[in-house]
Write a protein of this length. Structure first.
Length: 433
């Protein structure tokens, strides 16, 4: 990813220096296990560990690869330059390149997951804080973009919290799904390497042995992982879309924090645009872009091919770096979101009581009017609000068919706003415990 949408900690996981360090640790731990089994001399394994403080020269490895056309061989050649050709002769004993590459990729994805989980925790904390702050801040709920019935801003934050909490649970599961390693040889049969080597390396690298691999770790695991990232990205976009709507000039129920000196437009000095949440919508698309290729990587020829390799070199860093950035950007948006309760109330009252239509409908049916007639009576008066700007309650009180079923006091009671918020505490207990 470009630096503009990157955070240093996540970028570091995918740097060549980190990758080669993990390669080295896998090879060194494998040598230890081989020495414990008596397959290679202990002195040779110890010699490999003497390179533990070496800063591997990325440019030198690239130079060797330009000749060998093989990245793992280039690295092993460079490692031998530090360890010594004779001491390094047992490095990679019985292993194949994918043992190193796949195990490394999963180590990186696990580490990336930990950073993503930290980002999700920040988002969840921000959403919970704002939900509690605005638990009783009444605003209009909308369906199809049209006024529906009253809700609260706290409930809006709470539903986003619940959605992101589900996403966190999925990411925990996806992290566990990807937390496997394979040191099983050319076609996964352990013909030239003992399974104990795999167990040792995985334990040292924080992984579990892949129950059955071929020359590669099965890619359904990776498909699950990237699909989870895609769902989380969609949840980010879900929140971003709500903020973008609330910041529209005609709505202005909330807006992104606008700092001193910030500019909204090169042409129009008055502009205050929802640039952060618009950016989040775009970043979500980038993360989801990895999902289909990851699923297509599941189907490989026989014990392996490399059709997945180029894909993962791109989507591994790109998807995790982008999502990491997006999570922290979203957290900042929520933490600083400026909310306008008075505008929320004004918007809700814009159509003069119309949002209470269902209460009146139900009251008429309870009073013995058929549902069809009740609907007709309520809609008849509601249309006067839409088309003439009338006051809904006034129209109902002046409708003889309505007042034949409901007294003025009963009609008046149907416009009590507290009716719609009476179960907010119950919902909050369900969400937050």
């Amino acid at each position: 990813m470009i630096p503009r949408y990157s955070r240093p900690d996540m970028v570091a996981i995918w740097s060549p220096e980190t990758k080669f360090r993990i390669w080295y640790e896998i090879e060194a731990h494998a040598c230890d296990a081989q020495a414990d089994l008596g397959v290679i001399p202990r002195a040779n394994a110890d010699a490999v560990w003497r390179a533990k403080d070496v800063q591997f020269d990325v440019a030198r490895i690239d130079e060797i690869e330009a000749v060998t056309k093989h990245d793992v061989i280039a690295f092993l050649t460079h490692l031998a330059e530090h360890v010594g050709a004779d001491d390094a002769r047992f490095v990679h004993q019985g292993m194949t390149s994918s043992d190193v590459l796949d195990t490394t990729l999963n180590v990186q994805l696990v580490r990336a997951s930990d950073l993503l989980l930290a980002g999700m925790d920040r988002v969840l904390t921000a959403l919970k804080t704002r939900a509690m702050e605005h638990k009783d801040t009444v605003r209009i709920g909308r369906s199809h973009g049209i006024h529906a019935e009253p809700t609260t801003m706290g409930l809006t934050f709470a539903r986003f919290y619940a959605e992101m909490a589900r996403g966190r649970d999925r990411l925990v599961a996806a992290r566990e799904e990807i937390r496997t390693g394979a040191i099983s040889g050319a076609v996964g049969t352990f013909a030239n390497i003992d399974p104990a080597v795999e167990e040792h390396v995985c334990a040292k690298m924080g992984l579990l042995p892949e129950p059955i691999s071929t020359q590669v770790i099965p890619r359904d695991r990776h498909a699950m992982f990237f699909a989870t990232l895609g769902v989380i990205a969609s949840s980010i976009e879900n929140i971003a879309i709500e903020v973008r709507h609330m910041q529209r000039t005609e709505v202005l129920e909330a807006e992104e924090f606008f700092s001193a000196g910030q500019k909204g437009s090169s042409a129009m000095p008055h502009k205050r645009n929802p640039v952060l949440t618009e950016n989040l919508t775009g970043l979500a698309r980038l993360v989801r872009m990895a999902v289909i290729p990851a699923m297509e990587n599941v189907a490989l020829w026989h014990e392996r091919d490399i059709s997945h390799s180029s894909v993962e070199r791109a989507i591994g860093p790109d998807a995790t770096i982008t999502l990491d950035f997006a999570l922290h950007r979203l957290a900042g948006v929520v933490e600083k979101l400026v909310i306008y309760p008075d505008n929320m109330l004004a918007n809700m009252n814009k159509f003069r009581g119309l949002v209470m239509s269902q209460r009146v409908l139900l009251a008429l049916t309870q009073a013995g009017v058929s549902r069809e007639d009740s609907y007709r009576l309520v809609q008849r008066n509601a249309m006067k609000v839409w088309e003439q700007g009338a006051d809904f309650k006034t129209e109902l009180l002046g409708d003889a068919e309505v007042t034949a079923a409901l007294s003025p006091a009963e009609i008046e009671e149907k416009f009590d706003l507290a009716y719609h918020t009476k179960h907010v505490d119950t919902i909050f207990k369900r969400v937050f415990g």
